[in-house]
Design a protein around this ligand. Sequence first.
Ligand code: GLA
Ligand code: ZN
Length: 678
Amino acid sequence: MLHNPATPKFPHMLHGGDYNPEQWLHDPKILEDDIRLMRKAHINCVSLGIFSWAALEPQQDHFTFAWLDGIIDDLYKNGIYTVLATPSGARPQWLAQQYPEVLRVSEDGHRNFFGQRHNHCYTSPAYRERVGIIDKKLAERYASHPAVILWHISNEFGGECHCELCQEAFRGYLREKYGTLEALNIAWWSHFWSHTYTDWSQVRSPSPRGEDSIHGLTLDWKRFVTKQTRDFMKLEIDAVKSVDPSIPVTANFMGLYAYGLDYYELAEPLDVISWDSYPQWHAPWGNQNVAMCESLSHDMMRSLKDRSFLLMENTPSTTNWHNVSKLKKPGMQTLAIANAVAHGADSGQYFQIRQSRGSCEKFHSAVISHTGTSDTRTFREVTRTGEMLESLDAAVYGTSTPAKAAIVFDPQVRWLLDVIRGPRNEGLDYFGTLQKCYRYFWRSGINVDVVGQTADLSGYELVIAPMLYMFRDGVQERLRQFVDAGGTLVTTAFTGVVNDTDLCLLGEATPEKLSDVMGFWVEEVDALFDGEHNTIVLRDREYSAVQLCEIVRPTTCRVLGTFGEDYYKGSPAVTLNAFGRGLAFHVAAGAEDDFYEDFFSELVPQLNLERAMETSVPEGMSLTWREDAEGRRIVFVQNFLDTPLSLALECSYEDLLRHEVCEGTLTVDGFSCRVLRR
Ligand code: GLA
Ligand code: ZN
């Protein structure tokens, strides 16, 4: 099935990035050069206006759009389209001076001074009003412009405000959710330590200076922050859509690593998902690991809407806010964008087109550096990336990424695992567990979706739910039906421990704990020090068990593997339960990569999961695939090492970049990608 295009006005692979001409309005020569250089680099779109508020409304209700008119027109005449931003990511000085309530209040109760960005109160009526006004003005002026293809709502939503307006809104949210204080006291278990709420006005957001022992409060507060951010975003979407609903909207996300927002909730009002990706390529832990984590984020971004997404920002070379600003080695820049496309992106966009001259991002790389010349390695590579995207446009744009396996990732579980006390306050490694489960699929060319607890699981063959500590929104019923109907489920230690307000699930083997599906109940959980390990004995092999070991009491499950040490030596470490027409596996310990490699190598061939190619994939390489409307498979063969790697092709392919037929052995250069159509 061909998905609807992300940008119907210009239905092509986008190659462009954040462009900040408002920094250069005093120097028209620069702006002329920019257009010439963008054309040379095969750039077909820019993101404009992200931080232009002060230039668009220098004083309240005094609007100056003429400069932006000129820029959009000039770019358009040169074949460059505009992704137009609403400017709410950073506010002008006058606004904060006239309406101090727009400034964010920290969790310890201090109101910020003016400065930085992304730090406004999402509740403030004044901020909402001013944002609504400028957004509407922008839409009235530009929505019908042929160049404007997409709205970029604000910039990287994030953070939270603890002002009195937000506290009051939080109380309203809780009243609506719980109805009575007694229901709230039970849900939050606040009779503990005499923290019982006897009046709604006593409720405050969590704070290190105040209440941080009630984890149900922390969870609900973070849910409220997502809700409030979403309301704010919705206000912006409504403002631009009220003028012309046909232009799609996006908001640039931050992948899997974004903390504090539940993107599953935030994604819903958007038409297109986009995200900003800044991995630490060439870090000491190895590009394969970087690429794997990066791919996991791409997969989550694609799965949010089950359609192609946009890579809204990535760096042409260095990222100035990393601890160490490494250059991207030759090939890496094009490969990083190819990797995004391989996982479902329909663009390669950069931060930034022209490097700023001063202030805190002057050492962040750009397509056009301070030298102003096209004669740089980075510029040449950007140009090659543009050529690559042009070559892929006809065959790849809008194609889908079919996946029959899914990994469940829940940011709300992450919030809780970070604050609960015990069983390991040194870290429960939720991400690590996720990555260990993902690695095998990433390495062997099996596409994986990354989905939330509320996702429809019925289309999958395999669902992996690593460390799903909290069960919420009826996930038990969806997992039960999934297995009953023939699906294969894999869970890992510390799954199904609490309900949706962080209250422990009571009882031994109960349906609420999914014990009927899993065939056991958990009696105790042992925690291991860093560096300490037990072993998992599975057939004739031993693997190390780290961090957590569950002492499991089987009811109907078979025991596949056991612990090798300690007083619980011999107790189940890996179990399998047949339920309905399906199977449920459980790994009752923190296992390492080698365990999951062997475990999935044995399990996966018994399932109907397609691999990109039936061939053995060397270490350092990753395969993934998309599918076009005619059902033709497009395979991305990526080499993340700096030396060539070879692969045996099982049939002949058309190389979409080199325009040649490939058969037999395919050799892929270091830091490069081949795109093959079957
Ligand atoms: C973020 C922001 C950009 C820029 C880049 C720098 O993604 O959205 O404005 O600051 O980081 O890496
Ligand atoms: Zn506030």
